[in-house]
Design a protein around this ligand. Structure first.
Ligand code: P6P
Length: 329
């Protein structure tokens, strides 16, 4: 059987002969077009003189890279032109932008996640989340829906291959961009995270700042085959959430960016609406779990467009260990 293209997948996403909702297909195809464009921009990098700082800052107070700005401009232009997006919110902008009144969807995105890796040629990516729009105006507050409301979510990794990972709520599928013809070819039929793992991803330089349950979990992993876990673990940290989560979705593992004492009033570093929620939907759809130390991330009732959250996600058995450690504290 020849592999399906993204377009052919959208014609029968559940395998029941029914087409995905027309407006959703329009939006997913538009997002895939933008990811193809961003992939091309990223791959040109220094050749196009678009590496380095844009000389501006974003709502997070972070320095923007030129490619951050270019990717954001591309995603916003796509959302507007699609005709099916009522409003779009980005990591790079304070407020949501209003587009097509009465359109069915809201979209949030991190247009280029992993910016610190752009200039050193390490995998980066685009993360997106699709929510139902409200009747009437869709200001910032319209986006404040729990992650379980997401209609679809996904990311694109700009790495050795350009891969688009997507869920419409019926499992997780993957597509690889064929540079020859520009097609998105389905290369993963149904991604499934192994319940067990021997791999964790966390920034170990923060070890002295972690809460006790996180420290205990990592100490137990580091104790290896003679410790409480009775197995030796490996560690990875790419510092691009998209690349680290892609590895977890592909071969299992745990990805953690938990709360720490450096800025105790901040729940965590990562953002709920356009990083943690889309990734948590993908992880749950692939049989994994995702929690913030207190609750499943998809159950969080958002209070702000750019709110941050503690994130621990991945292989079910490992997250359940972390849940027990947090409950016992
Ligand atoms: P640190 C990238 O800037 C990002 O938001 C995530 O993609 C990544 O997981 C994390 O920050 C890396 O943070 O503190 O290790 O540089």
């Amino acid at each position: 059987m020849t592999a399906r293209t993204l377009r052919e997948f959208l014609a029968d996403p559940k395998g029941d002969g029914n087409h995905a909702p027309r407006e959703l297909s329009v939006l997913i195809e538009a997002i895939s077009d933008s990811c193809r464009t961003i992939s091309f921009l990223v791959s040109r990098g220094a050749l196009a003189g678009i590496l380095g700082s844009a000389g501006t800052g974003n709502v997070q107070g972070e320095e923007q890279k030129q490619l951050d700005v270019l990717a954001n401009d591309e995603m916003m232009a796509m959302a507007k032109a699609s005709g099916v997006v009522a409003a779009a919110a980005s990591e790079e902008e304070d407020d949501a932008r209003q587009f097509t009144p009465g359109a069915p969807y809201l979209i949030t995105f991190d247009p280029l996640d992993g910016s610190s890796n752009i200039d050193v040629n390490v995998s980066i990516g685009t993360i997106f989340s699709i929510l139902p729009a409200k009747d009437g105006p869709n200001g910032n507050d319209a986006f404040l829906q729990p992650g379980r409301n997401q209609i679809a979510a996904g990311y694109c990794v700009y790495g050795p291959q350009t891969t688009l990972i997507l869920t419409l709520g019926h499992g997780v599928v993957g597509f690889t961009l064929d540079p020859a013809g520009g097609q998105w070819v389905q290369t993963s039929l149904g991604m499934n995270i192994p319940a067990k793992t021997k791999e964790f991803a966390i920034n170990m330089s923060n070890i002295r700042h972690w809460a006790d349950p996180v420290r205990k979990y990592i100490d137990d992993c580091l104790a290896g085959e003679h410790g409480p876990c009775a197995k030796n673990y490996n560690m990875r940290w790419i510092a691009s959430m998209v690349a680290d989560v892609h590895r977890v979705l592909t071969r299992g593992g745990v990805f953690m960016y938990p709360w720490d004492k450096r800025e105790p009033n901040k729940p965590g570093k990562l953002r709920l609406m356009y990083e943690a929620n889309p990734m948590s939907l993908l992880v749950e759809q692939a049989g994994g779990k995702s929690f913030d130390g207190k609750q499943q991330i998809l159950d969080i009732q958002p209070t702000g467009l750019h709110q941050r959250v503690s994130v621990m996600l991945g292989s079910r058995e490992e997250i359940e260990k972390l849940e027990k450690l947090h409950a016992a504290q």
